[in-house]
Ligand binder design. Structure first.
Ligand code: FES
Length: 173
């Protein structure tokens, strides 16, 4: 890793505390890889190469082990996402109950396609594989919050909430 970059990338106090707690919970450093990646993503907003190299050095793991975990799990991302990162489920139950129309509404309102971020950095959208709540399809996530039994009307309200600056957990309030 470039020495200057290495000096800039380091866990802050809160992340360092979470890192130490994660190590205590797992039998080996390797077993703590996924929680440590979450900690890194929370702090740095994404997992670019320098951050993955930092994680690999902290866990004494070969970089390829860390990179392959990030490529495998879709909840980890290499590039920064929008302030509101919206994932719409595209699996069977959600598709049958209208998720394509919901995504179409998002594309139209935000002027972006899945995988893109608005120029102001506020929104990014993507499709997701089953979000594990098929009984309440169609489902989407905004950051860490699930929105279920969605309708066009609910989605419009959620977008209004985002535009009004509400946190992702209170968009229907
Ligand atoms: S199919 Fe959408 S949550 Fe399972």
């Amino acid at each position: 890793m470039d020495k200057q970059v290495a000096e800039k990338i380091a866990f802050n106090e809160q992340s360092e505390r979470r890192y130490q707690e994660a190590l205590e919970m797992y039998p080996t450093k390797e077993a703590a890889l996924l929680p440590v990646l979450w900690i890194a993503m929370d702090q740095f907003g994404a997992l670019p190469t320098e951050v993955l190299e930092y994680v690999s050095s902290r866990l004494d793991l070969p970089p390829v082990r860390v990179f392959s975990a990030v490529e495998f799990y879709t909840m980890f991302y290499r590039e920064p996402r929008g302030r509101y990162h919206i994932q719409v489920c595209r699996n069977l139950s959600c598709t049958l109950r209208g998720s394509e129309q919901l995504m179409g509404l998002l594309e139209g309102k935000l002027g972006i396609q899945p995988g893109e971020t608005t120029e102001d950095g506020n929104f990014s959208i993507e499709t997701a594989e089953c979000l594990g709540s098929c009984g309440t399809a169609p489902v989407m996530r905004v950051n860490d919050t699930y929105y279920e039994d969605l309708t066009i009307e609910k989605l419009e309200k959620i977008i209004e909430g985002c535009l009004g600056g509400r946190s992702s957990s209170e968009l229907l309030g």
